[in-house]
Design a binder for this molecule. Structure first.
Ligand SMILES: Cc1cc2nc3c(=O)[nH]c(=O)nc-3n(C[C@H](O)[C@H](O)[C@H](O)COP(=O)(O)O)c2cc1C
Length: 207
């Protein structure tokens, strides 16, 4: 996988937490990754609702550069339609290092847990599982029903890393960006990508 070692698929679905998605995307790009981006219909709405019109899916490159700086130009991002189940990332022949769904709605979680492949997000996730490549799912809902909890278990049993949107507070976050950076860092770590999005725990709180 030498040439494709930094190829990551990032899916944004219709759960709250668009800030987690853009921080993760920016971090991958800052790290020089080639990102295949898929945004569901409600994911598109959430980007605009939670971050403003300037963060609309089709304007994300400019939004990321404005918010996180020119470093995002180190990476490369290609957008795919969620309806295009024939896109490159729908096939296991495309060597991709891993995939993250951030945030992941309960609907998409259910689709992944049951291998439904109804759209490109679900199909690309299914490919990660069948090819035994890293799939990170970042679900967000509260409280959770028993079917939702069972779908997380089924996804984990199939090989996914279930990484709920649960930022920690021992890093003493001051801003929403600090919380988002923590989640983005956990996601990159789960994908095996180095980053400096948070300090390693040194045995005590560092003020
Ligand atoms: C403003 C808004 C916020 C939502 N927040 C969540 C959420 O946090 N978690 C969730 O599972 N669904 C949430 N939903 C519902 C999903 O968007 C809905 O189930 C949708 O069908 C998911 O489709 P998708 O997974 O293809 O994006 C929200 C919907 C809207 C409009």
């Amino acid at each position: 996988m030498s040439d494709s070692a930094r190829r990551i698929t990032l899916a944004i679905t219709g759960a709250s937490g668009a800030l987690y998605a853009v921080r993760t995307l920016a971090a991958l790009l800052e790290g020089g990754c080639a990102v295949d981006l898929i945004v569901s219909d409600v994911g598109r709405r959430l980007l605009r609702d939670e971050l403003g019109e300037e963060a609309a899916a089709d304007r994300l490159p400019a939004y990321l550069a404005g918010r996180y700086g020119a470093g995002v130009a180190r990476g490369h991002c290609v957008m795919h339609s969620n309806r295009d189940v024939g896109a490159s990332v729908a096939s296991g022949t495309r060597l991709t290092h891993g995939m993250v769904i951030v945030p992941c709605s309960m609907k998409t979680l259910a689709g992944v847990a049951h291998g439904l492949s109804r759209n490109l997000v679900e199909r690309a996730a299914d490919v990660m599982l069948k090819e035994r490549r890293p799939l990170v799912i970042v679900p967000r809902e509260t409280p959770m029903s028993l079917p939702q909890l069972r779908n997380m278990v089924a996804s984990a049993e199939a090989g996914a890393i279930v990484l709920p949107a649960m930022p920690a507070f021992y890093q003493l976050p001051r801003t929403l960006d600090d919380l988002a950076a923590f989640m983005a860092g956990k996601i990159l770590s789960a994908l095996g990508i180095e980053h400096d999005l948070y300090r390693e725990w040194a045995g005590q709180v560092e003020r």
